[in-house]
Design a protein around this ligand. Sequence first.
Ligand code: ATP
Length: 148
Amino acid sequence: MPLQLRVITAERVVLEETGVDEVLAPGMLGELGILPMHAALVTTLAPGELRVSRAGQEMSLSVAGGFLEVKDDRVTVLADAAERAEEIDVARAAAARRRAEAALASRRGEVDLAATEAALRRAVLRLRVAERVRRRRGGGLPPTTGTD
Ligand code: ATP
C-alpha cells in the first residue's frame, strides 16, 4: 500500500497526497528515506529539501525544519515553514539572500549571527528547490500562465 503524505505548518496545509511511493526528508543526520511499511517514527527535520515520488513523478518542497511522523503508512510533516517548489517566490528568496549576505558582510559585530545565517540558509535552499524544478521542466523558462 502506498503512503499518504501531509505537509502542514501552523498556518496552512502545504501538501496533501495519497498514492505516494517514497518520501525523502532532510533528517538531522542526513537524508531519511521512507517507503511503505516503514516502522513507526517521530523525528526532527533539519532545514532542507523534501522530495516526494508518486507515480514516477517527483515533487520537491523546501522545508525550514520541523517534525516528521510515520505511522501506518501515513507520513505527517509539521514544518516551521514549507513551500512547494512551484510556489516559491524566487525574487523574494533572492532578496532575502542579498539582505543576509549584506548583513553578514558589513556589520558582523551587530547582527544576530545565528539568525542571519539561518535566514541565508533558508534563502539559498528556496532558490535551490525552485531552480531544480525549473530545470526539470526544461529550458529554464518560467512556467506559462493561464493554461492550467
Ligand atoms: P523573508 O525574509 O523573505 O520573509 P524568511 O526566511 O524570513 O524570508 P520565513 O520566516 O521562513 O521567511 O517564512 C515566513 C512565511 O513566508 C512562510 O509562510 C514561508 O512559507 C513564506 N515564504 C518565505 N519566503 C518565501 C518565498 N521565497 N516564496 C514563497 N514563500 C515564502
